[in-house]
Design a protein around this ligand. Sequence first.
Ligand code: SF4
Ligand code: SF4
Length: 475
Amino acid sequence: MTQLALREFHVFDAAGGRFLYLVPSAGIFQIDEPSSAIVDLLDRGPCAPEKIVHDLSEQYPEDRLRNGLLELQQIRAIGEAGAPQEQVVNDLPPDGFPITTMVLNVTNKCNLACTYCYEYGEDKIVDTTCSDQPKFMADDTAQEGVELLLKESGPLEVAHLTFFGGETLLNFPVLQDTVAYGRQRAEELGKKIEFSLTTNATLLRPDIIEWLAENEIGVTVSIDGPKEMQDRMRVFHSGKGSYETVQPKIKELLKRHKTRPIGARVTLTRENLDIHRIYEHLTDEMGFWEVGFAPVTTASGRDYEIENEGYERMLRQFDELAHDWLEHAVQNKHHGFSNVKDTLEEIHKGVSKAYPCGAGLGLMGVSTGGDVALCHRFAASDDHNFGTTEDGIDRDRQRQFLEDHHVKHKTDCHTCWARPICAGGCYHEAHTRFGETTAPNLHFCNWVRTWTHTCLEVYGELSARNPDYLTRFDH
Ligand code: SF4
Ligand code: SF4
């Protein structure tokens, strides 16, 4: 007789109901009480359908139990015992997959010396001080980057170009020329380029701010919080903290630049984990539209590395902020905690990733000398090179990369319910921690699963209390 068993899903409760997050389809399904009882019963082991109905018939009408069994089989939450586990989609993206985003590292110089910096700090991949890469990207190289993006974005009407560094604004003349060139070339081709940049804000001046606003450049400011937090790691080469320098400039930027929402990006370290205080300072006191937090990328053993207790503290505060975000969203109000918004968008879109991020897929980084790399963090690394702005993208090399990095090879992730969202995590983190981009970031699993669970709960609550809000994630 057929025995039924549970298949792969993650259960979460929200808004007084029970939901299943189905792996690997990444669908979300709310179940009623009889279905919930079936799931609980099968959690104890495989069972024949007739026995399930019989065992639960005192609690629920038979027709509801049979409906529940049918529905759970249709959504593949349960199935024949012993059937092979479904794995992630095995397909590689089609040949010539469009590049949506190009990140130009317009300089590898920086006027700050942040202790944890992945470019200059202890865990750097490329020693830019002795490489043959120029310190500043030339106009020609940036324009080749624009041409490459326009060509490789294929049928897409909108492509994205991001300026990165070092400190991006050290090469302001090239930014100006590239934006003007890119706009003109895109128009000639009937396309559009959206520009953005990341800066440490030390070099913002009134004319630069004016230019950013007029040209609708998206701006992300790297900042760690109020003075005592910012000055701990984000220091000038002299060791002097940068808060006093950046604070008035950021205020001016936020006052004048209203054409794009401006975000802050915070690096969390062992000593910098008062997330509520940082969030409050950057939004209420400084006026950023949104704030994204990322734990520092570091090899094991650095004294700023976040350890277990730190992760717990971080998760607790993320959870609290996520629930604050929820209460705002229920009332259609803005809340600037971007981590929750980004994950909710992926959940809503039913994203089931074969790769953790766009690096090497729809996103590429370009070094100051014009080498095309996996992403901005690998720019100028010969081992992670995909061609040049002049010769174009080496699609064979890209294909090999995608073959080698598909989540199907990350066997540790095959039984993990969070893999549709995580897919093994950032390649740069893996490279820094384990020396290879193919490794899954197993030191992060607990954090990833707990955070994804929180976001699922928030998603379930919001879908019950203000479902219209979720439609803004449809685009
Ligand atoms: S790295 Fe960990 S959390 Fe991420 S998919 Fe793999 S097993 Fe899951
Ligand atoms: S590899 Fe890491 S740093 Fe690079 S784009 Fe992906 S998530 Fe970002």
